[in-house]
Design a protein around this ligand. Structure first.
Ligand SMILES: C[S@@+](CC[C@H](N)C(=O)[O-])C[C@H]1O[C@@H](n2cnc3c(N)ncnc32)[C@H](O)[C@@H]1O
Length: 303
């Protein structure tokens, strides 16, 4: 699984030159790698497919040593999956255009569409279109875990009055909730930059006044309210660390708790751990590429 270890030093020199690091990749889940590079390492990257179907990862950095650090992180991760490294310098305007070109309009269902904010999407009458510029935050909609949450959210929205989006990233889930008509939406993220981006996206979608944003880790929030739906697209380890606080957001009579961000290889220990939490039972499961998501409710609760 492509989870990069270590941090890339991120300097921001006032130069208008960027370094482009490219390499051939042989992996299935390039979406996750792209989101990781963006959200954990503040780097923009794209995957391009050549006519012979070989895939290349293109990473842009303002700093040469940063680009070299990424190269060693990738090799440390799996030296067989990344090869043919090449570095060149380019004008800064080049990277934004190239990265943005890679993001496409995404259909979640017949009625729900996610569109990059720079694309003019012609919406059909029945559609709700969520416009997102993720900048450096996680949440373009293209990652399997975000899509799972969106599918469940759309299904549950007509019967739900409130949603808490724990780890909102670009704001994609909270904004969708508000656009799907849910009245009370809370979005929080440990990362102040993500909250800034999520607020911008909420404004872009005309739902800023409908969403309350909080900055900081869930553990430090003193949230008194209960929510009909709790969305937590976090890593399996973060879900465990925040389990007690996630439960305090739940109304035992009606809350549905959606957990995404669990890698398939983690199912062997994550599910038995969840099952030990006897009061919460798994009522639905989604699996896509290397990811699993769960919907849980309190025992004795009818959906
Ligand atoms: C995988 S992204 C999910 C983004 C978006 N909700 C989606 O589904 O695409 C996880 C987000 O959770 C945030 N996060 C991680 N741990 C957190 C915590 N303890 N409290 C609040 N936010 C957290 C990260 O900063 C990141 O933006």
């Amino acid at each position: 699984m492509f989870r990069l270890k270590g941090n890339v030093i991120h300097k921001n020199p006032k130069s208008d030159t960027v370094f482009q690091l490219s390499c051939r990749i042989q992996i299935n889940d390039s979406d996750y790698l792209l989101e990781e590079l963006s959200s954990q390492h503040n780097l923009k990257a794209a995957v391009e497919e050549k006519p012979d179907h070989s895939k290349f990862l293109i990473i842009y950095s303002k700093n040469k040593s940063e680009a070299l650090k990424v190269k060693s992180l990738l090799l440390e991760l799996n030296k067989h999956s990344f090869s043919n490294f090449r570095m060149i310098s380019l004008p800064q305007s080049h990277w934004a255009t190239r990265w943005k070109k890679g993001l496409k309009v995404l259909r979640i269902s017949r009625n729900l569409v996610v569109s990059p904010s720079w694309i003019k999407y012609q919406k059909k009458a029945q559609e709700k279109v969520i416009r997102i510029d993720p900048e450096m935050a996680f949440g373009t909609g293209h990652h399997a875990t975000t899509r799972m949450c969106l599918e469940w959210l759309e299904k549950l929205a007509p019967s739900s009055k409130s949603v808490c989006d724990v780890g909102c990233g670009s704001g994609i889930l909270a904004i969708s909730a508000a656009k799907l008509g849910i009245k009370n939406v809370l979005a929080l993220d440990i990362d102040p930059e993500a909250i800034k981006i999520a607020r911008k996206n909420a404004r872009l979608n005309g739902v800023l006044p409908k969403i309350r944003f909080l900055t900081g880790p869930l553990k430090e929030q003193k949230i008194k309210k209960h929510y009909d739906i709790i969305l937590a697209n976090l890593t399996a380890q973060d879900l465990q660390k925040n389990w007690k606080e996630l439960k305090t957001l739940a109304n035992p009579q009606k809350t549905l708790l959606i957990l995404a961000g669990i890698e398939k290889s983690q199912q062997v220990w994550f599910e038995p751990w969840l099952e030990k939490e006897r009061k919460w039972i798994i009522i639905d499961r989604k699996k896509e590429s290397d990811w699993i998501g769960y919907m849980l409710k309190r025992e004795k609760l009818e959906t």
